[in-house]
Design a protein around this ligand. Structure first.
Ligand SMILES: Cc1cc2nc3c(=O)[nH]c(=O)nc-3n(C[C@H](O)[C@H](O)[C@H](O)COP(=O)(O)OP(=O)(O)OC[C@H]3O[C@@H](n4cnc5c(N)ncnc54)[C@H](O)[C@@H]3O)c2cc1C
Length: 305
């Protein structure tokens, strides 16, 4: 089915929204990224099931995106459909020490609500931008505590098969990865927290935020840490000691504040960021003999002619 027909069909069938040639720079924290052929906001599970069904039937590639805080989208954009979750997935509810949350909930809201109810366990997540779905997919975390440690269950929509509830203890949580089925879209999760002293939660969260403000370039567009830490070392330390802080490619620069962050100083292209990533990898390999692996995910084609 040609894209125009797909767009027409989805516009008629969905509660949510369908856009053509949507600039992904509007949907990434890097503020970088060319147009997605289709940008589909699924407001309900039925929207998501129908969207993934017709895209599969038409052979159109698709990928799900949360708030785009951990991705680099190519300058040429994405040939296919970016699927994102809307209304029905943005709510959460609390029962005793459990929070049931839609995948499009902003993680920061859930963290704040847990704190206001005296529920501990999410302090590690304060200051991590993005959605709960993105955080689960990435197993986001900080200082050795991850989403996997509080996820009691994760519900996915598996295209062509339906909803599947996976107990958290059956998921192979890894460092910035979850072993959740690759084609499954996370739609909901239950986070198991524990009653805790509110003053203690506040202190931990404030300490974490203070640390972030002092050590991360929060005022500039970025996608957080670019590389995962190698075993028993820190990517930031390796990059800094290779003399790379402040190195530029076009509008992209290795942050002076945190060497594992690349910031968009204005007008950076995905090509600039990729060239800088390559330069950092090669220099760290030559200096330290260590191969850095990206944490950020790449969307679209990065073939540079
Ligand atoms: C300033 C800054 C600080 C950061 N600090 C941290 C930190 O301390 N710790 C940390 O771990 N990360 C950190 N990050 C990275 C990022 O915020 C997290 O990885 C975040 O959890 C990603 O959420 P998102 O909604 O933006 O996901 P996106 O960036 O939109 O997507 C990330 C990946 O998850 C997949 N995905 C998203 N939603 C779903 C879904 N519903 N179902 C299935 N797959 C999905 C996408 O396909 C993609 O592969 C930071 C980023 C920034 C900009």
């Amino acid at each position: 089915m040609p894209l125009a027909a797909l767009e027409k069909h989805l516009k008629a069938a969905l509660v949510g929204e369908v856009r053509r040639s949507e600039p992904m720079s509007r949907h990434t924290s890097f503020r970088i990224g060319g147009p997605a052929d289709l940008y589909v906001v699924c407001d309900t599970v039925a929207d998501l099931a129908e969207t993934t069904r017709v895209l599969a039937e038409a052979g159109v590639p698709w990928t799900v995106v949360g708030k785009g805080t951990n991705i680099l989208v190519a300058d040429a954009g994405y040939r296919g459909a970016i699927v994102t979750l809307g209304r029905e997935f943005t709510t959460h509810s609390v029962e005793d020490d459990r929070i049931k949350t839609g995948a499009a909930c902003i993680l920061a809201y859930v963290v704040r609500d847990a704190f206001s109810r005296g529920l501990g366990g999410l302090e590690f997540a304060v200051g991590i931008p993005g959605t709960v779905g993105g955080a689960l997919a990435m197993n986001a975390g900080s200082r050795g505590v991850w989403m996997g440690s509080v996820a009691e269950s994760v519900t996915l929509l598996v295209p062509g098969s339906g909803l599947e509830r996976v107990p958290g203890n059956r998921v192979e949580w890894g460092y910035r990865s979850s072993g959740l089925p690759a084609r499954g879209v996370i739609v909901e999760s239950v986070l198991k927290l524990s009653r805790a002293d509110s003053d203690r939660i506040r202190r931990d969260m404030e300490a974490s935020l203070t640390r972030r403000k002092a050590t991360q370039p929060l005022g500039q567009p970025s996608a957080g840490s670019v590389f995962v830490n190698p075993p028993d070392d820190s990517a930031g330390r390796l990059i800094e000691s290779a003399g790379l802080k402040g190195t530029r490619c076009g509008g992209a620069r290795v942050s002076e504040v945190h060497a594992n962050f690349i910031v968009n100083e204005g007008g950076a292209s995905a090509r600039d960021v990729l060239a800088l990533i390559d330069k950092v990898r090669m220099t760290v390999r030559d200096t330290h003999g260590i191969e850095l692996k990206p944490e950020i995910r790449f969307l679209g084609s990065f073939d540079i002619a």
